[in-house]
Design a protein around this ligand. Sequence first.
Ligand SMILES: [Cu+2]
Length: 294
Amino acid sequence: MQALKFNCFVCLRLSSQRLTIPILLRLVALALVSQALPAAAAVKPESGFGLPHDVSQNGHLIDWLMNITHVFNIILFVIMCAWMAIAVVKHNRNYPAHYDHGSSKHSVTVALAISAVIFFIVDGNLFVNAISDLDKEFWNFDKVAADPKTVRLEINAHQWAWDARYAGPDGKFNTEDDIVTWNDIKVPLGTPIYVQLTATDVIHSFYLPNLRVKMDAVPGQINRMWFQAKELGEYDIGCAQHCGTHHYKMKAQLTVLPVDQYNQWQQLMSKNAQRGYDPDDKTAHWGWEWKEVY
Ligand SMILES: [Cu+2]
């Protein structure tokens, strides 16, 4: 019988005995490249490999889920490679072919059992832990709202910048002591920051890679998110939703300040805001009454 020959896009030639090891090597290389490409497209970390430096109180929860998923992927990849290697070595040209439709009761049972084990262990772990993290932390807005230290922030996304509004000393939005900044958000260290956000034109997405949070800013809708920084410094704010020609310009800065410095900055900015307040400038009053109920 003639050897089976098959040419694919990487010019692999699958003949019965030759090139079995190169095929495995190419599969390994392909897997490594497929892992490396998304990493290259991600926000550039400050140094070394991996995700951007985590400065969030809850960032480790996200990182753990991503890391454990990689571990599962690697384990499954190694099992598949070993399985293929055994098949390639064992089923050489001296091995008579046995044709099997795979529809026997035994085959179906084995396939279903393996699929179920992978599904419940890998996806089940992700599902249970993700729901738990969302419930206890990321979507636990009651805890954040009840904390007297919480800083509330309104964000208005538009092509192509981020406007941020702080309530000022009176604690109310859209009043004359509001602090309004442009592409520059300052927050105090170790303090929950409760964000409500919207957009005036198209859908944007407020993304803080170092804080491991991201939320869509949607016209006609007020979404919310919260985060808490555990390290001082300056960090990127990006738009994670392609929003038009100058989407790439929606890069802003988050500065985490010591609490006393933040308070000083807030007092100064609020005084300046009151000096420059113009009740007739309607475009400047884009804030909304803080949404308490969702
Ligand atoms: Cu955008």
